[in-house]
Design a protein around this ligand. Structure first.
Ligand code: PEP
Ligand code: MN
Length: 366
């Protein structure tokens, strides 16, 4: 059974992230050489980054791709930590990785998307982390399965991890889409509304798959109120051994964080803001009540039609009739400036509910 809430130590008590917001984890996709790790770290520190990431063990789709330098890279990370006063972070996918990280003073670990899908591995990692107080972030599983994501969080929480958070990096899809991974923001929003206590990061690098999309995804996630970003940055992205297309230079990251994105406040106590927002929300509440009343009225008529069809022995679905309804809705909706996608989603749900009600009526007849 899913838990109702997690016992979480708020992120500002993790001793990792410094103001101003957002909380940022940045660094190369992979640690490649000591020079690359140190050079990137130096420039990122100058940009105000405090938590430095680098992949040490890389889960790659094809064998023969660069699979990471392994534990040797942790010594380079440790050097970056010492020389530049950074906190260091990497991905773990096994009990052995956890042990190496603990040995090398890693300050934060995350579970990658390909690990979150596997409860055996998640449990192995949770067991290895028992008794430590290292912060752990859990990326979404590669498929949009919210329960699988929550299950991984539960395993870590049961192991006593209280510095726990999530990273949304989008979902694999066979469809051709603009991004490398499909954001499906509704999944992230659902997780946030069920567990508002969980610190929430977005990874625009793996979501977008290209540095061209990092600004828009970062802004979107800040607009949605998510407080952290994990961004890939490399001292020379052109020659990166993995994910070259999506890594920013430290200068580009600086530009992004300080000039290109706007951080929104979660809320405000300013009286004028309060007055206006309260009025607008009161309006929305009234409109929602009207919507509910209208939906209820529509369902009642729909039931009457169901009875009428039953009495006349007529099938529930008349496709032609629904086509006429939708054509009218689309035309009228367009006049109101409502998008086709919105109209078809809303009315498909209304139609489905209508058919369900009529089905119930017809099936009672026998
Ligand atoms: C990563 O952050 O380096 C990584 C491999 O990401 P993901 O698990 O999101 O694919
Ligand atoms: Mn990567």
């Amino acid at each position: 059974m899913a838990v109702n809430s997690f016992e979480i130590i708020p992120m500002n008590e993790w001793g990792l992230f410094t103001d101003p917001k957002p909380s940022v984890v940045a660094g190369p996709c992979s640690a490649e050489s000591e020079e690359q790790v140190l050079e990137t770290a130096k420039h990122l520190k100058e940009t105000g980054i405090n938590v430095y990431r680098a992949g040490i063990w890389k889960p790659r789709t094809h064998p023969g791709s660069f699979e990471g330098v392994g534990a040797e890279g942790l010594a380079w990370m440790q050097r970056a930590k010492k020389e530049y006063g950074l906190k260091i972070a990497t991905e773990v996918a096994s009990q052995k990785h956890v042990a190496e990280c603990l040995k090398h003073g890693v300050d934060l670990v995350w579970l990658g998307a390909r690990t979150t899908v596997n409860p055996f591995l998640v449990q192995e990692i949770a067991d290895a982390l028992k008794g430590t107080d290292i912060p752990v972030l859990v990326k979404n599983p590669i498929n949009p399965d919210l329960d699988l994501w929550i299950g991984a969080l539960e395993r870590l929480s049961r192991a006593g991890i209280k510095k726990l958070g999530v990273i949304h990096r989008g979902f694999s899809t066979f469809d051709k889409i603009k991004y490398r991974n499909d954001p499906q923001w509704q999944v992230a929003i659902e997780l946030r509304s069920r567990y508002p206590e969980l610190p929430f990061f977005v990874d625009p690098s793996h979501m977008g798959g290209s540095k061209d999309y990092i600004r828009e995804i970062s802004q979107r996630s800040l607009d949605l109120g998510f407080e952290g970003l994990m961004i890939e940055a490399h001292c020379n992205p052109a020659v990166a051994l993995s994910d070259a297309k999506q890594q920013l230079t430290p200068a580009e990251l600086d530009d992004l964080l300080y000039r290109q994105i706007t951080v929104r406040d979660a809320d405000s106590d300013a009286p004028e803001w309060k007055d206006n927002i309260d009025q607008l929300r009161a309006k929305i509440d009234v409109i929602d009540e009207n919507l509910l009343y209208a939906l209820n009225s529509r369902m009642k008529v729909s039931s009457q039609i169901g009875e009428y069809k039953k009495n006349n022995n007529i099938a529930i679905i008349q496709a032609a009739r629904w086509d006429v309804v939708m054509a009218k809705v689309m035309e009228k909706g367009k006049e109101y400036g409502l998008s086709d996608k919105f109209l078809s989603t809303v009315f498909a749900a209304i139609h489905e509910a209508s058919v369900d009600v009529q089905n119930e009526i017809i099936s009672k007849q026998k």
